[in-house]
Design a protein around this ligand. Structure first.
Ligand SMILES: *Cc1c(COP(=O)(O)O)cnc(C)c1O
Length: 454
């Protein structure tokens, strides 16, 4: 039996797959918060290039991947798939476990799959600078890499506390040529206002988004880029699932259940949507399990409502599962999962019960991550350990029921720049998190009041 399943460079998909074409209930439109009317391309054109706006609203089933993008994908794609023989043996389970490993990319996660595509469309339209925000630094690193490939200037607003605590992510971005500023900065009005109020602030993702958008709106040659949540981001990630279908074909297998962590929804969608197409059109019965942190449980405890995508309230209103845009998740180490909402596409699919969601506490996740490192040799990103924890639950359930099943995990990133998290776990400094009813309700109360008339 092979432990890894490689594909050829010629197997890199030629198209991205757009789930909108096959959804039984189409996603509801984003709304302009001022008018309450569906947001159109004009609402987005100051910050995104038209090529991406067209993908954002497209209902075409397949969208061709430009040759130049496929050529850059070749640096790390096709990514390997592994049979987790070490983990299977330890768990003594009848289940077969496979994982698709996206940690082989230049930034160490799935995010370059969309960063390269986004920068390509910006370049096509003559954009000279791209701005973005980054929390833990995964997205900033991916965009910095992509900009270096197209010779575009990259400006990253990094949440102050991460800037101070994660110096190596910043150096990675600098190595790819990006400028990295701690946010709030004195480069924007939004930043200056916050600093005037509180010079010692540690910043937030919401403030960093405001700074990056402000820079893009002010300059014709500058656009803004987002690393998750939006339809076009999920679209670009479907190369993961398409490659996985081929790899499992070589192994003579097909997944009964697919597991992936969910922050905004892009890596989950990337591996799931091409298989979900087969459920919708070929009668396959695969289950899809999105794993969120118990400290930020939008899918399992949030509500399906219109809410802002950012805490500053700059984006259109999106119909999604949310905890409210002012919800403050606990400071867990899986920074990529600390987001108050979930993508519109994943939200609609969950509402229609075509996918499932589960919330897991961080101690169980880190324990699973350490088990995975010892059996499979890969130290997973804290976000990815959420997927591993659910895979272990599924494999133990299979053992209890005495049935074999095939499990596929998206191992979306390595944890080499997150060793502080593992150190804190070993030192017993991490804890689980539970909410009082009020904590969850308060974030939601505010947005219940701003729902559009039915
Ligand atoms: C950003 C990130 C996530 C969360 O984002 P999604 O859009 O939900 O995929 C998860 N894992 C890693 C490693 C990330 O970098």
């Amino acid at each position: 039996m092979s432990r890894k399943i490689f594909l050829d460079e010629s197997d890199i998909p030629s198209h991205w797959y757009n789930i909108v074409a096959d959804m039984p209930n189409k996603p509801q439109p984003p709304l302009n918060p001022k008018t309450g009317q569906p947001a159109g391309p004009d609402d987005l054109s100051p910050i995104f290039p038209m090529g991406l706006i067209q993908q954002e609203v497209s209902a075409d089933r397949y969208i061709e991947i430009p040759d130049q993008v496929r050529d850059i994908y070749k640096i790390w794609r096709p990514s390997p798939m592994y049979r987790a023989t070490g983990l299977e043996k330890l768990l003594d389970t009848p289940a077969k476990i496979y994982y698709k490993y996206e940690g082989v990319s230049p930034s160490g996660s799935h995010k370059p799959n969309t960063a390269v595509a986004q920068v390509y469309y910006n370049k096509q339209e003559g954009v000279k600078n791209i701005t973005t925000e980054t929390g833990a630094g995964q997205w900033g690193t991916a965009l910095a890499f992509a900009c270096s490939q197209f010779d575009i200037n990259c400006e990253v607003y990094m949440v102050r506390i991460s800037y101070d605590q994660k110096p190596y992510r910043k150096v990675m971005m600098n190595t790819f040529g990006a400028e990295v500023y701690p946010s709030p900065s004195d480069r924007t009005q939004a930043g200056r206002n916050i600093l005037a109020d509180d010079p010692e602030t540690s910043g937030s993702l919401g403030i960093a988004i405001s700074e990056a958008i402000e820079r893009a709106v002010q300059d014709d040659h500058t656009k803004y880029s987002l690393g998750s949540v939006l339809n076009h981001v999920l679209l670009h990630q479907t190369v993961i699932g398409q490659e996985s279908i081929k790899q499992l074909e070589y192994a003579g297998d097909y997944p009964d259940v697919i597991v992936a962590p969910l922050g905004g929804g892009s890596n989950f969608a990337g591996i799931s949507f091409p298989f979900l197409k087969n459920n919708l059109s070929d009668g396959k019965k695969t289950r899809f399990v999105a794993v969120e942190p118990a400290s930020c449980p939008k899918l399992t405890q949030g509500e399906f409502l219109y809410d802002f995508g950012d805490s500053a309230g700059y984006t259109p209103l999106l119909p999604m599962y949310t905890l409210g845009h002012n919800f403050k998740p606990a400071a867990i180490h899986a920074g990529g999962l600390r987001y108050h909402g979930a993508s519109v596409l994943c939200s609609q699919l969950l509402k229609d019960e075509l996918i499932e969601a589960v919330a897991i506490q961080q101690l169980e996740c880190f324990e699973a991550g350490v088990t995975f490192a010892k059996t499979e040799g890969i130290i997973a990103a804290p976000e990815a350990t959420h997927g591993i924890a659910q895979v272990i639950r599924e494999a133990e359930q299979a053992k209890k029921e005495g049935v074999s099943k095939t499990i596929l995990l998206n191992l979306c990133g390595h944890g080499f720049v997150d060793m502080q998290a593992y150190e804190d776990y070993f030192a017993g400094k991490l804890s689980d998190h539970s909410f009082s009813e009020n904590e969850l309700k308060n974030g939601l109360k505010e947005i219940l009041e701003m729902q559009p008339e039915a």
